[in-house]
Structures are given as C-alpha cells and as structure tokens.
Design a protein around this ligand. Structure first.
Ligand code: ZN
Length: 133
C-alpha cells in the first residue's frame, strides 16, 4: 500500500518554464520532470539518494542516474549558454497527480494508488489531476 504523505508536490509539471540566457542562443537542453524532481529532492531538500529514490518510486541506482543526467544538462546549459526548458514528462509514466479540492494541495502518487484522502487536511474530496503516459 502506498504512503501518499511521502510524495511531494511537483508544481514543475504544471508550469513548464524556459530559462533563457541574456544573449542569443540557439541551443537548448530539456530537463524532464523526473530530473527536476530529482535535483529538487537531492540538491534543494538535501535528501539522501536512498530516501529520494523511495519517494520517486525508483531504485537508488536509477535515482543516481537521473540526478547525474540533470546535473550534466544544467552544466551544459550554464557553460555553453543554452536555454533550459522544463516541463517535459515523458519519463514519468508511473505517476499521477492528486489534487485536494479543500486545501488545494497537489501531490504525486504511484499509478496504482487508490487512496482518496488529502495528506495535508485529510479531506476526502480529492481527484486525479493528471496522468502521465
Ligand atoms: Zn487537503
């Protein structure tokens, strides 16, 4: 059984963004949602890879690869003056987003999750916001 309270908000998936260098650049890199989520958990939240991997529902090895890929793309963009586009989610096939109509909380659950309670306010009027596939 899933533990939905461990899943974090992935606002990024709702607002694709383009980061532009302040000089002309024709190249771009694309950060996928899972890459963005991975560096958020690892670099911003400072989580251990093992814990972050569990939240994302992947192995620690896979998580490590996702983080590495994200770091390489960001480094490429910064060093070689490229745009960074976020918001693609082709790798997030096993995830769905839930939204609570009472408090507005949005959270991520595994595809097979069938709970119907908000982890924040425990309201029951939650619905699936989006299925990535
Ligand atoms: Zn709620």
């Amino acid at each position: 059984m899933a533990r939905p309270k461990k899943y974090r908000i992935v606002e990024y998936s709702l607002k694709p963004t383009v980061f532009k260098p302040n000089r002309k650049s024709s190249d771009q890199v694309e950060l996928t949602i899972d890459e963005l989520e991975a560096i958020r958990l690892a670099d911003l939240e400072g989580m251990y890879q093992e814990d972050a991997a569990e939240i994302m529902g992947v192995s620690r090895q896979t998580f490590g690869r996702i983080v590495k890929s994200a770091h390489e793309k960001i480094a490429d963009a910064l060093v070689n003056i490229k745009e960074i586009r976020t918001g693609k989610d082709e790798r997030c096939r096993n995830v769905k987003l839930m939204k609570c109509e009472s408090c507005g909380k949005i959270w991520k659950v595994p595809e097979n999750y069938e709970g119907n309670e908000c982890p924040e306010c425990h309201a029951k009027n939650v619905h699936i916001l989006k299925i990535d596939n």
